[in-house]
Design a protein around this ligand. Structure first.
Ligand SMILES: C=C1C[C@]23C[C@@]1(O)CC[C@H]2[C@@]12CCC[C@@](C)(C(=O)O1)[C@H]2[C@@H]3C(=O)O
Ligand SMILES: O=C(O)CCC(=O)C(=O)O
Ligand SMILES: [Fe+2]
Length: 372
């Protein structure tokens, strides 16, 4: 049987992304080239975010009410921040500095580890770039499985210390992801007996994941640029570490784009499309994007967490019944990534099987919100 990382990376074999534009050397750009100017007025309403009447929930994992607070956050926001999560600030500093070292390499060096059009791992622009006429002011590095081959290209002398940091970080965040899964599922009344694929110890040992390092260089014209366009993640959940520069925004119905303020040592956790499916829409995945800054470089590290790649995800039987039919058909993560590569923000509605009786589109399927 092929390894999990091979299976995950197979997602793009039949949906290669050919991005013809050149990778930018951002440090040499003193003005925003037209190819990076997202000039529709609606694209960048960053000011609206300051009027948000309520802010994104912050949950202390040592709080005895954590389960309830997380359930409420998932239902109403699709995102929350966690503190007291058990991952040391030293490890966060180490992963941040590994990310900085990577992105500060010369462009020619980074391109030695470029992601291939049908591959998943490596250096490149956001995979979703192909859906937009304009370029995003960011660069990324995706890790699925071992990064050793790519890291040897980037740092021929000391690649192993960078591999060690990634390995330690992934092991710690994987544990946190399992813990968060049970808090999120527990808040829906789901127990271990309901999720066989969590394994005999309930620790989601066979889970798949990708680590995505994102870099947003300082930008000469941030109001017209876009760091990462609005999207939902194709995951069960995503655990994001952001440095002290803000930029992540989430879309809240009736409010608009709300900035997720960086909290030192905290993680941002967001609901992805597969948890949306698993919860039969009770926990909707959240649309989010990243904007950029005139003077400050921003770095984020996303741990994109999903089920074992061969597991079909469908609405949990406990959450369906006579009045609540299953809204989505079963799909594996690999299949869903292929669907996303084809349909982007309409992927979720493309796996929907049951249309609302009144015929109105479901906003939680993200196809009624203008996102690009
Ligand atoms: C497992 C994955 C999810 C992801 C595609 C990927 O293969 C690795 C990168 C992930 C990411 C990060 C930035 C936003 C996003 C939409 C993208 O283009 O690449 C997500 C993908 C996703 O969640 O669909
Ligand atoms: O940089 C950010 O804050 C967002 C990154 C993100 O959405 C992603 O990697 O999926
Ligand atoms: Fe994301």
């Amino acid at each position: 049987m092929p390894s999990r990382s091979v299976l995950l990376s197979e997602a793009f074999k039949s949906h290669p992304v050919h991005l013809h534009h050149k990778h930018a050397d951002f440090s040499s750009l003193q003005e925003l080239p037209d190819s990076y100017a997202w000039n529709q007025p609606d694209d960048h309403p960053s000011d609206r975010s300051i009027f948000a009447s309520k802010s994104i929930p912050v949950v202390d994992l040592n709080d005895p009410n954590a389960l309830k607070l997380i359930g409420h956050a998932c239902k109403t926001w699709g995102v929350f921040q966690v503190t007291n999560h058990g991952i040391s600030t030293e490890l966060l500093d180490d992963i941040e500095s590994a990310g900085r070292s990577l992105f500060s390499l010369p462009l020619q060096q980074k391109l030695k580890a470029a992601r291939s059009p049908d591959g998943v791992s490596g250096y490149g622009v956001a995979r979703i770039s192909s859906f937009f006429p304009k370029l995003m002011w960011s660069e990324g590095f995706t890790i699925v499985g071992s990064p050793v081959d790519h890291f040897r290209q980037l740092w021929p002398q000391d690649y192993s210390k960078f591999c060690d940091v990634i390995e330690e970080y992934e092991a710690e965040v994987k544990r946190l992801a399992g813990r968060l899964m049970w808090l999120m599922l527990g808040s829906l009344g789901i127990s271990r007996a309901d999720i066989k694929w969590a394994g005999p110890k309930g620790n989601f040992k066979g889970a798949s994941a990708a680590l995505q390092l994102n870099s947003y260089p300082a930008c000469p014209d941030p109001d017209r640029a876009m760091g990462l366009a609005a999207h939902t993640d194709s995951t069960l959940l995503t655990i994001l570490y952001q440095n002290s520069t803000s930029g992540l925004q989430v879309l809240r119905e009736g409010t608009g784009w709300v900035t997720v303020p960086p909290i030192h040592g905290a993680f941002v956790v967001n609901v992805g499309d597969l948890l949306h499916i698993l919860s039969n829409g009770l926990y909707p995945s959240v649309l989010h994007r990243a904007v950029v800054n005139r003077t400050r470089h921003r770095l984020s590290i996303a741990y994109l967490y999903g089920p074992p790649s061969s597991v079909k995800i469908s609405p949990l039987p406990r959450l369906v019944g006579p009045g609540q039919p299953p809204l989505y058909r079963p799909i594996t993560w690999t299949e869903y990534l292929g669907t996303k590569a084809k349909h982007f923000n309409k992927a979720l509605s493309s796996v929907r099987v049951f249309s609302p009786v009144n015929g109105l589109a479901d906003v939680t399927d993200h196809n009624t919100v203008k996102v690009n």
